[in-house]
Design a binder for this molecule. Structure first.
Ligand code: SF4
Length: 412
């Protein structure tokens, strides 16, 4: 059998503590994964109707809510004070009752390819990463007309750290610290929008592929998606929003039933359960068969094809027998496969495969009738792998190692 021949990757032993910590956190169950939105008084967590209701109760006119949303989502206001068409008293009252932006941008990196990454620190000290990926993808349509396709894709985090503990991931190394609130997810999208030049200010796409497992913070993810889609806020088509999950079958079904036309991306990364459970500790209780069933349900309810994501790890999941297994899975549901070059994480034993290895894998899948693409690598020069910036932050290094921050930083 393929897996017996592969065995355990020799470098993985170094990462056993990482996997154990992830498994311990998963055993903590629903408590640790609960939403923190109950205590949230950020105006970013409110939809237009809720804000109208709250402001009416404060004696403000109903149209105030629309003005505030316009300031936040169209005019890039970051404080109530700058909302100059509101009376001074209203601005003061709003600032006393609500928060707006609560994070601090502690790092901002720009890649040679235009990708930008920000590291945000939240008031409790938690760190998350968010990425803006620009892509000017003009192409000809079926009639030969040029379609100007300027994509501005925001990659958002849903948790501080991640409970899943993928063996190859920097975010997984931290374990889960806490869930983000919906306001904090939306604040990331706004902060990324603020990086854009005014003429190209709109986000066109959003992917939930940053730190954390979005479906383990389900209600927050759902609230954020609804506000991302709302005409008074970001006004992004649901079809241009992708939720990437390691695969929680009950939550996948709930997402299907929410009837939002978002794309579901299953982070498969291995074509059989044995290898997948070595790479993704959380997958121990979830079989690929269960995921395929949930994916089929998602397609039946939404009509949206499932994307199977597969991170290419040199000599781990790149062999011809893996391609055959992956093709067989891809044919079990309406799907396309996305091959992703691994971005190496210092301290982890996994390696990025060479281009010819990835292309041969893609060719083999194509010859087996699979719709497969290779995702373009972006931002490699700015610590592209999720969680790498947070790991480089001295405060985070101190938390991880227990050593003084400056010593850890010097060691890097
Ligand atoms: S790859 Fe994604 S799911 Fe896995 S540990 Fe990293 S952030 Fe979590």
């Amino acid at each position: 059998m393929a897996q017996a021949a592969i065995g355990r990757h020799p470098g993985w032993a170094a990462n056993d503590g990482h996997a154990r910590r992830a498994a311990q956190q998963i055993r903590l169950g629903p408590d640790i994964l609960c939403s923190m939105d109950a205590a949230n008084r950020s105006v970013l967590a409110l939809d237009l109707a809720s804000l109208q209701g709250e402001l009416a109760a404060l004696g403000m006119p109903k149209y105030r809510a629309g003005q505030i949303m316009e300031w936040i989502f169209q005019k890039r206001a970051v404080t109530f004070e700058t909302m100059t068409n509101l009376s001074r008293d209203d601005r003061r009252e709003l600032a006393e009752r609500y928060t707006l932006f609560t994070s601090e941008v502690v790092r901002h990196l720009r890649s040679a390819d235009g990708t930008e990454k920000i590291l945000l620190r939240w008031p409790d000290g938690g760190l998350t990463e968010s990425v803006m990926i620009p892509c000017d993808d003009d192409h000809a349509d079926e009639y030969g007309h040029t379609v100007v396709a300027q994509r501005r894709t925001a990659c958002l985090s849903t948790q501080v750290g991640c409970p899943v503990g993928c063996a190859f991931c920097a975010s997984g190394l931290q374990g889960l610290k806490r869930n983000l609130t919906s306001a904090q997810v939306l604040e990331q999208a706004l902060r990324l929008t603020h990086l854009l030049a005014p003429a190209r200010r709109r986000l066109s796409n959003v992917v939930f592929m940053g730190m954390g497992e979005p479906l383990a913070n389900f209600e927050v993810t759902l609230t954020a998606i609804r506000i991302l889609m709302a005409p008074w806020a970001f006004h992004i088509s649901g079809r241009k929003i992708t939720v990437s999950t390691v695969g929680l079958p009950p939550q996948i079904r709930r997402l299907a039933e929410a009837e939002l036309p978002v794309t579901l991306a299953l982070s498969l990364h291995a074509p059989n359960d044995e290898l997948r459970r070595q790479l993704i500790p959380w997958a121990k209780g979830i079989s690929i068969g269960d995921l395929v069933d949930a994916g089929r349900y998602y397609f039946d309810r939404t009509g949206r094809e499932i994307t199977l994501e597969y991170i290419m790890l040199e000599a781990v999941n790149t062999r011809p027998e893996h391609a055959r297994e992956l093709a067989s899975l891809a044919h079990q549901l309406r799907s396309n496969v996305n091959l992703i070059y691994y971005n190496q994480v210092p301290g982890l034993p996994f390696r990025r495969p060479a281009g010819p290895t990835v292309l041969a894998f893609q060719q083999q899948l194509r010859s087996l009738g699979v719709n497969v693409h290779v995702r373009r690598s972006r931002g490699r020069d700015i610590a592209a792998a999720c969680g790498q910036l947070a790991r480089q932050d001295p405060s985070e290094a101190q938390m991880e190692s227990g050593e003084p921050a400056n010593r850890q930083a010097a060691g890097n």
